[in-house]
Every structure is written in structure tokens, then in C-alpha cells.
Design a protein around this ligand. Structure first.
Ligand SMILES: [Mg+2]
Length: 441
């Protein structure tokens, strides 16, 4: 069952979400949700490896250039060699002695490494005709540990410790898998909470979310304290005192501002404050966590790598770890992140939304639930109800829970019509949109 990876192709796919103010928050006023999309081809036309890096518009072409440079390292490999050597490939993708200067282990090239690795994992899963969560959950503890680059994190998690965590969980795998297939993993929604929405739209969507079975809703915050107090007060009145409400500042504050601001919102009994300040400011997060308690701190969607997570955990700076499927170097680095969280006993509460992030990150949460920390009350995966129709297997959330995907692969594969239509600037949507606005191509 081996194939050759014969070539790679990229697509600059952009959706005009800025027109609807979907996705608007205090930092990102007008995102056009975009995918720097990668497809690996084998000699079998029906077997491809698909992945994407989520961006919010401008710069998607830069991301694609980085992917095109890195993917050359794996074109020509057999899938069998790639599968058996996936840990070495992950290390090599981050170790090019010249490209490394542009990171290192962060930013455009790190995400490009993630695109290549995620496309490989998608290919491995499709080749074995299983969804990615199942492939990962069936790997031996030794195979999982071999996929991790322990460089720079071994002071917090050694290979031996990672192995012990995975071996401890091994006996529960089949029971955890049955529970997953029956119940899925819990989801929360951000759909009602965008800053660009009117109070009426926010409350309408809140009522819908509660009726749909969600038990936690997240609202964007951070534009003005009066706005936040007014919106949260309306929401709290709507949902009652016990419903869980989280807020997300998308990095707009300095540390002191964050502490001050969040403490003025304590009356709303918030589940967490997300991204209160710059994602690299680990020490700042630790101080915020101490000074806004009992409100808890969550972050991770822009944590550049496993080192940032390591430090956040070492300094007790977070109560929830929000891994993202395309921010770091792919499945490999997220296995490391999940094991770091397991060691420090912090729940992994994945970030999603964007385009394709729900489809992709659910597999990692499900792997965690089956093979690492099991099913527990604190795991809850973000869900945003946008753009799912463009995927071969849209994420399925029913009664506030993600159902386990059944199609082989990682969830990243978009339908071809969507790729063609929204390719920038030559797809039919953009040709018509740009000509309407007087832009000639
Ligand atoms: Mg967020």
C-alpha cells in the first residue's frame, strides 16, 4: 500500500467575508477568510493529500510561496517512507539552514511546514481509509513519540514522560472511542459574538445558539468598556446566571489595560478571557492570570510554537490551551502541544472558525479524547458556523457536540468547485467582483 508523491499544487483561495463583518473583532476589522491551499498528488488520481493554512486575506500569496518552497523537500518520496519517517521530515522542514533565518519555528515558514505535514497526514489517513482522528488514535505510543520534535521542550516534557502518558491511556482507548462515536466532543460557539454585529443580531443568534444546545458562547470584546458592559449585560440577562460566557480580546490590550478591563467585567461571571495581550508575552499572561482571577485566561490560536505553550504552562499563565490546526508545524507539533497540556493538567480547548479550522482541529480534539486525556468536562471545541459548505465533509455539530467525522482524511479537503470559484484573483467570483469595482486584471 505505498504510493509516490509525484507533484504538489497550491491554490490562493479567498472568501469575501469582510462584506458581512463575519469574523470581525477588536483587532481584525475586515477579514477575508482565506486558505493557502496545498494538494499533493500521487500516481493514483483519486488519492491526494490536502491541507491549508488559514489566513485572513492579504498575504495569502506570501504564505503560498513559502509552502511551494518547502513542499519540494517531500515531492518524490513514497508514502511509506514518509509515514515511517514523519518525525525526521518534521525536523527537516524546520531545519533548513538558510530558511531557518526567516523564523525560526514561527511565522510564515513554520505555518508552511505545517501545511506540508498536514497534507502528508491527510494522505496517510486517506491511504488507510480512516479519518485522521482514528489514524492517530491507533498509532502506538512509540510512533506518536517519534513524531514529536522534543528540541527546546525537553526541560518540560521528556520523551519518556510523553511515552508514559500515552501508555497510561492505552487501556482506555477502545472505551474512549466508543464514547466518542456515541457522543462526539463538546462544542461552543462564537457565531453570535462578532463585534460588528448589532445588539439585536447578537441576541437573536444567542437565542438560536442556546436552542441549538450549546452550553458556552464566546463574545468578542475590547473595543470600549462601555460597549462590553452593555453587550455582556444584555447577554447575561438573556441566558441567565449559570450559562457559560467567555470573552475574546484578540490581543488588543497592554498587560495593565487587560487587568483593569477584565476586572471591570467580573460581575458577568466569565468563563475565560481569551488573548488578553500579545501572544508572545508569556510573562504578561502570567501576571494577567494572577490579577484577574477568578476569571481564567485562555490563549493559543496565535501561539507560534510548542515553546510558547511550554512557557505558558511553566508559569501557570493559562487555564485553557487553545491549539490551532494551522498555526504551528502541523499534526506533529500539535501532538507535542497536547502532551505538554496533559503533563501540566491543563485542558486543550481548540481554536476553530476561520475557514476549515473546525473541520481540521476536531480530529486533534478527538485524538486527545481517545488516546491522551480521555473524555472530560473541560474539553470544549470552538465552532463557528461559516463556510463549511466548501468542504467535502463539513464539520457536523449536533446538540452542542462535534460528531466524529467518518470520511478518510484530515477534514481539510475542499470541494473543487469552491477552490476554482474563489481562487484569487482568477476564479469566477473574483473576476466578477473586481471588474464590478473597476479593477482590470
Ligand atoms: Mg480567539
Amino acid at each position: 500500500m505505498t504510493h509516490s508523491i509525484i507533484r504538489a499544487e497550491t491554490f490562493d483561495v479567498r472568501f469575501p467575508t469582510s462584506k458581512m463583518l463575519d469574523g470581525s473583532d477588536a483587532m481584525n476589522a475586515d477579514p477575508d477568510y482565506s486558505a493557502a491551499y496545498l494538494r499533493l498528488y500521487t500516481e493514483d488520481d483519486s488519492l491526494t493529500g490536502d491541507s491549508l493554512v488559514f489566513t485572513i486575506g492579504r498575504g495569502n500569496d506570501v504564505q503560498i510561496t513559502a509552502i511551494e518552497i518547502l513542499v519540494q523537500q517531500i515531492v518524490g518520496l513514497s508514502t511509506e517512507d514518509a509515514f515511517n519517517g514523519i518525525g525526521d521530515i518534521a525536523r527537516a522542514l524546520s531545519a533548513d539552514s538558510q530558511l531557518r533565518w526567516l523564523g525560526t519555528d514561527k511565522g510564515v515558514f513554520h505555518m508552511a511546514a505545517g501545511a506540508v505535514l498536514n497534507a502528508l497526514w491527510d494522505l496517510f489517513a486517506k491511504e488507510r481509509k480512516v479519518p485522521l482522528w482514528k489514524l492517530l488514535s491507533d498509532l502506538t505510543p512509540e510512533q506518536l513519540v517519534a513524531a514529536i520534535d522534543f528540541r527546546y521542550i525537553a526541560d518540560a516534557l521528556t520523551p519518556e514522560e510523553a511515552l508514559a502518558i500515552l501508555k497510561d491511556a492505552q487501556a482506555n482507548r477502545s472505551q474512549n472511542e466508543s464514547l466518542l462515536l456515541a457522543n462526539g466532543v463538546k462544542a461552543y460557539t462564537t457565531t453570535p459574538g462578532w463585534l460588528g454585529y448589532s445588539d439585536e443580531k447578537m441576541l437573536d443568534l444567542t437565542r438560536t445558539a442556546v436552542a441549538d444546545g450549546f452550553t458556552l458562547i464566546k463574545y468578542k470584546c475590547g473595543k470600549s468598556i462601555e460597549d462590553d458592559q452593555r453587550r455582556l449585560s444584555k447577554v447575561r440577562t438573556e441566558v441567565g446566571p449559570d450559562f457559560k460566557i467567555a470573552i475574546d480580546a484578540n490581543q488588543v490590550w497592554n498587560v495593565d489595560t487587560a487587568i483593569n478591563w477584565v476586572n471591570q467585567l467580573q460581575e458577568f461571571n466569565l468563563e475565560w478571557i481569551e488573548e488578553p495581550t500579545h501572544p508572545d508575552d508569556v510573562v504578561g499572561h502570567a501576571r494577567i492570570a494572577r490579577e484577574v482571577a477568578p476569571t481564567k485566561v485562555a490563549t493559543g490560536e496565535m501561539a507560534a510554537n510548542r515553546l510558547i505553550f511550554k512557557q505558558l504552562l511553566q508559569l501557570n499563565a493559562i487555564s485553557f490551551m487553545q491549539i490551532d490546526a494551522t498555526r504551528v508545524a502541523g499534526v506533529n507539533e500539535n501532538i507535542a502541544n497536547i502532551l505538554l497540556a496533559a503533563k501540566y493538567q491543563i485542558p486543550v480547548v481548540p481554536h476553530a472558525g476561520g475557514i476549515g479550522l473546525c473541520e481540521m482541529v476536531q480530529h486533534l480534539a478527538m485524538f486527545d479524547a481517545v488516546a491522551v486525556t480521555g473524555h472530560h468536562e473541560k474539553r470544549i471545541v470552538e465552532y463557528v458556523d461559516h463556510l463549511h459548505e466548501h468542504f467535502l465533509e463539513p464539520a457536523k455539530v449536533v446538540a452542542g457536540a462535534y460528531k466524529a467525522p467518518a470520511l478518510p482524511g484530515s477534514g481539510a479537503q475542499m470541494i473543487n468547485e469552491s477552490i476554482q470559484k474563489f481562487t484569487y484573483p482568477t476564479g469566477s467570483y473574483w473576476v466578477s467582483e473586481l471588474s464590478t469595482n473597476g479593477v482590470s486584471l
